[in-house]
Design a protein around this ligand. Structure first.
Ligand code: EPZ
Length: 423
């Protein structure tokens, strides 16, 4: 399995182009199941999770072509309405095919997505929502069979603003005659991008002055063309890597307002930023990094997906910082690996306390999840000496051309596979 070798101690300098958002591309790709029309999607990042989703769409019966970040999806005969465990276990978000398949075929048989490193990750909110729309959900042997004689519009209040459940229920409601109201929905920018794409396909979705999503069902949806929104988590990740290496980096092609909280926190920690219309520049800063307390929360709160990279920055702060991970129950796996690199971190349930150190030291570490893996790469960029990061496949899920982009910013990072490469 691939590893990264990183020779740290270099400041990141230069310009990085931000890719399309993984967490918008995945649901938008799934939404193409709602039509037999041709869909053309631009700025689709070339990531492991995108390739898995394309495999799922092909398995279900779509014809796919993928050239240089543009995906063309066309019908190719009758769609299947079930998925094999092999595909679902690779990526939890494959569960989101339930909504479109239920809407079109009134039946979907999908393996329940297992948990993952960061938590149990149940889908109760999804299933309760489908039941409100008139479906029955029966679990057997690890699968859930969701079926409905007739789907009916409903008013659904989500017990938690789950991103996935919001996407799944939105996609299902698009084809249900009548008006469905979704309340306490996720407000992440990726949802807006999915709504924009669904409306381009002929759906009728808008949000009201209470922030509820109002879906007026239509008979059918047609194909559409769409460019995926910039990836706000990649944007925040590179900004944090620039800050931690005391470098000067411009993030181009991003949507700065999608990371408003992060810019506030970085400035409060001492960093100077230029925030433009579609770029953010992190200025080089050699001063003390002020310790902060951040708490992850649904958008527009501090993004849980930036908690791990933020923690790496705080390992170099001047004092003791605190991080409350309030979204996932087990999202500190990067902490003990950072401790191996000389960081001083103690965790207790959802709270991590980080006492800053002068510098990190290179070590051999293991990624356990996507964003924790990026946090370890960041630590390797800061640490003197050569850091080896194992299980890079986690990181390949969500960062397009990571080593190329970092190399272009002056980092010394190489990918190698000890089973294959002479080293
Ligand atoms: C999406 O996951 C993202 N994934 C995650 O990004 C992100 O961390 C998460 O939203 C929160 O922002 C994609 O968009 C593909 P949730 P999702 O449903 O939809 C609990 C990354 O690194 N919950 O909002 O699975 C759940 O256990 C990934 O790019 C229920 O209890 O997140 C969690 O504690 C990681 N029941 C919380 O809600 C449910 O039915 C938030 O989950 C659904 C969720």
């Amino acid at each position: 399995m691939d590893r990264f070798l990183i020779r740290g101690g270099k400041k990141l300098q230069g310009v990085v182009q931000i890719s399309g958002s993984k967490n918008a591309a995945l649901p938008i790709l799934v939404a193409t199941l709602l039509t037999d029309g041709k869909c053309v999607l631009h700025r689709v990042p070339n990531l492991r999770d995108v390739r898995t989703t394309l495999k799922i769409l092909e398995y279900l019966g779509k014809k796919i072509s993928y050239q240089k970040n543009t995906v063309t999806i066309e019908a190719n005969g009758q769609l299947k309405n079930n998925l094999p465990y092999e595909l679902v276990k690779q990526m939890r978000a494959s569960f989101w095919v339930a909504g479109p398949l239920l809407a079109r075929f009134k039946e979907a048989e999908i393996p329940l997505p297992g948990g993952c490193a960061i938590g149990v990750r149940p889908v109760d909110i999804h299933l309760k929502g489908f039941e409100k729309l008139g479906a029955t959900c029966e679990t057997k042997a690890g699968d859930v069979v969701i079926r409905a004689k007739k789907l009916t519009p409903a008013k659904i209040v989500l017990r938690f603003p789950s991103v996935g459940a919001t996407q799944n229920l939105l996609m299902c409601a698009c084809l249900i005659d009548g008006e469905t109201v979704l309340e306490n929905v996720a407000k992440e920018p990726e949802i807006d991008d999915v709504v924009a794409f669904l409306n381009k396909m002929g759906a009728d979705i808008h949000s009201d002055d209470k922030g509820r999503l109002i879906v007026r069902g239509v008979k059918a949806l047609h194909g559409a063309e769409h460019t995926v929104v910039a990836d706000r988590i990649e944007t925040g990740s590179y900004a944090l890597a620039a800050a931690a290496t005391r470098g000067e980096v411009t993030l181009e092609g991003c949507v700065p307002e999608h990371n408003a909280i992060l810019w506030d926190d970085l400035q409060e920690a001492g960093f100077k930023l230029d925030i433009g219309k579609d770029f953010v520049r992190v200025h080089a800063y050699d001063g003390e990094i002020k310790p902060l307390r951040v708490r992850t929360a649904p958008y527009p709160g501090f993004a849980t997906d930036l908690q791990a990279p933020w923690m790496t920055l705080m390992t170099l702060c001047n004092g003791t910082a605190e991080v409350d991970e309030d979204i996932f129950e087990n999202r500190f796996m990067h902490a003990p690996e950072l401790v191996r690199m000389g960081a001083q971190i103690s965790t207790e349930k959802s709270l991590a306390r980080i006492t800053g150190v002068k510098e990190l030291s290179a070590a051999h570490v293991q990624s356990s999840d996507l964003r924790g893996g990026f946090a370890l790469v960041m630590a390797g960029l800061c640490a003197k000496g050569e850091t080896e990061v194992e299980r890079v496949y986690h990181i390949d899920r969500g960062y397009e051309r990571l080593e190329e982009k970092l190399t272009e910013l002056g980092a010394d990072i190489r990918r190698y596979n000890p089973d294959k490469d002479e080293f």
